[in-house]
Every structure is written in C-alpha cells, then in structure tokens.
Write a protein that binds this ligand. Structure first.
Ligand SMILES: *Cc1c(COP(=O)(O)O)cnc(C)c1O
Length: 348
C-alpha cells in the first residue's frame, strides 16, 4: 500500500533507530536529559532564537503558546481553517478560555489590513471595555488546510509587525516550516525572526517518531515550561525519542525537496484527468488537495488498488508525500489515479 494519508505515518529508519537506541538519557522533568537538552539547543539555534522546549506534540506546543500569550476572555487571530482553530479539538477554549477570530484568505495567508480591521479601536463613544481583548496573532506556515501553501516572507513579516504595533503577541505554527524552507531556500530563522514564539514538528515530514518544539526568547520558553508540565508533557527519559528528532534535523531536512517534486508530479498528472480538479498554484510543498465528484468512492477505489488517501469531504481528497514514498511509488500512485479516473472502456 502506498500511504499518502499524511506525512505523520512515516516510520523511523534503521539509522534513526540506532541513534535512538544509543542516546544518553536522563529525567527531562528535571531538565536533566542530555539528548533532549541537545535537541532544544540545536532547534533554537536553527531558528535563530535563545531557547526551545521539547514537547510530545505540535498541538501541545501551540496550546502552551496560546496559554502563555493570553488571558481567559481574550480573542486570538488565526487564518481560516488554521490547525489551531479546527484541528486542536477546541483546546484554545478549553485550556486557555479564548475565542478565535479566523481571518479569511484562500491560500491560508491574510493581510495587515485584515489584522488592523480585526483589532477593535476604542473611541470616546465605544470605550475599550466593550471589546474582547485581541492579544495574539497566530500564523501557520506552511498552511495545512490551504494545501501546504507558503507565506511570502515579506507579507508574513508585515502582518507580524502590524500585530506587534497593535500590542498583540505573535506565534508561528511552523509544524511544516521545514517544508517552506526546503521549497524557498529562505532559512527557518528568517520566518521565525518576527515571532515571539514558533512551533515546529519533528514528527511530520522530518520523519521522527515523536515530538515538537516551541522556540523563543529564553525568559518566554522558561515560563512555558510550567505549562508543558501542567498539560502532562513531562516525559522523563525522552532522550530516546528526542534522538530521533535530532537525527531527522541532521539527515531529513534537505530531502524534503524530493517530497515536493513527487507532489508536483502527482498533481500535474491529476490535472490532466477527466473529472478531477486540482489547483496547481496551491501545490507548493508536499501536499496535493484535489476534488472529484465522489470523494469517498474515488478514495475507496484507489485504496483497493493500493493507494491510500484521505477523503476530507464529499468531493475533496488529500494526498501527502513523505520519506516513505519513492519515485517508483509516485509513478505507481499516478498509474492508480489514472486508472480510477478513466476506467478502461470494457469495464475490466
Ligand atoms: C500536525 C500539525 C500540528 C500539530 O500536530 P500534532 O499531531 O499535535 O503533533 C500543528 N499545526 C499544523 C499546521 C499541523 O499540520
């Protein structure tokens, strides 16, 4: 089975497993695990920041940031269908007591003008206490629900600067920031620079089994350690899994361009098929979203032929490329969607 459901389904390679088996460990709850500490230093340095905290998941990393930057009753700004808004199971409301204002934009980006318009401007007639405080802007790069799309750096910097000027804190959900960097050549640190906190995942395209990190200034990260512990993120001998993340940082970042090439080739083949619609402009990294008349039916026929993808709604299907998918797998995936989209006339 060629599994394109997500880039989270990757398995650790033999070399990664050896690195994990050999990792020195300690008790991370006491910040005493040398491998976790080495990973935190490494990822902070890569992102051009002082410090990082290793956590089990990207959801926890984002939610620790939301908790740190807000008070109950606040509103946070995200893009439409941001992971924080729709895939974290109501955590901003449940854990931090905040509401979300989603800013629309087809490619998962938005503008400074939208940020300004979303932050209430008190006046003598309408004093500040009549509005919920808008205290955090969270951008997502690459943007999952928009198709793995990349923020143009200039616009990302501009919206973050606008948010700061309005008194908001800023957070970057960079679960797939590595993919943005692989596609553009712009260093991760350039994207992270204007944000107070940035979250990155090791368990997506990088192929590590477990973990994410929240990165920022040292005083900020030290303060978030309390929330890691509060949310149940104290992992004890976590060096075993952190070693997989360290290995992935060293060995799996540059190869992400291969996933992007595979996604592009798959998308271009889809674009030629009858009854299939794909917006090639949105295929910028390792994801391909496309629509067909019957999403579940199409996905089921592909699955029967050996290609697994997720049907996301009545007509939409998502395919995600990752290190478990070779050139030959991509060729075979293309053959399968071709056959399913245009069955032979004799019905065989
Ligand atoms: C996957 C993902 C996360 C975090 O997911 P976990 O499964 O909790 O690690 C956060 N943001 C985005 C955009 C993601 O795709």
């Amino acid at each position: 089975m060629i599994d394109l459901r997500s880039d989270t389904i990757t398995r650790p390679t033999d070399a990664m497993r050896r690195a994990m088996a050999d990792a020195p460990v300690g008790d991370d709850v006491y910040h005493d695990d040398p491998t976790v500490n080495r990973l935190e230093e490494r990822v902070a340095e890569l992102l051009g920041k002082d410090a990082a905290v290793y956590v089990p998941t990207g959801t926890m990393s984002n939610q620790i940031a939301v908790r740190f930057h807000t008070e109950p009753g606040d509103t946070i700004l995200t893009s439409t269908d941001a992971h924080i808004a729709i895939h974290e199971i109501g955590a901003p409301a449940a854990l931090s007591g905040v509401t979300i204002h989603e800013l629309p934009g087809a490619d998962g980006t938005f503008t400074s003008a939208q940020v300004r318009a979303a932050v209430p401007q008190p006046s003598p007639s309408l004093p500040y206490w009549l509005f919920p405080p808008v205290t955090l802007l969270a951008a997502e790069n690459t943007h999952n629900a928009a198709g793995g799309t990349i923020w143009p750096l200039e616009r990302l910097v501009e919206v973050a600067n606008t948010a700061h000027a309005l008194g908001l804190a800023t957070h970057l959900d960079g679960a797939r920031l590595w993919n943005a960097t692989a596609a553009t050549g712009i260093p991760e640190a350039d994207y992270a620079r204007v944000f107070d906190t940035t979250s990155v995942c090791f368990s997506k395209g990088l192929g590590a089994p477990v973990g994410s990190a929240l990165v920022g200034d040292r005083d900020v990260i030290d303060a978030t350690r309390r929330f890691k512990q509060m949310y149940g993120g104290g992992m004890r001998q976590a060096g075993i899994v952190a070693a997989g993340a360290l290995y992935a940082l060293d060995h799996h970042r540059e190869r992400l361009v291969e996933d992007h090439d595979h996604a592009r080739r798959f998308a271009e083949a889809l674009a030629d098929l009858p009854g299939v619609e794909v917006d090639l402009d949105r295929v910028q990294t390792n994801m391909v979203y496309f629509t067909v008349a019957d999403g579940e039916g199409f996905a089921a026929r592909c699955r029967r032929d050996g290609l697994d993808m997720i049907a996301l709604g009545p007509t939409q299907i998502r395919a995600v490329f990752h290190l478990g998918v070779s050139d030959a797998d991509t060729d075979r995936a293309i053959d399968i969607v071709r056959r399913v989209a245009s069955p032979p006339a004799d019905g065989s």
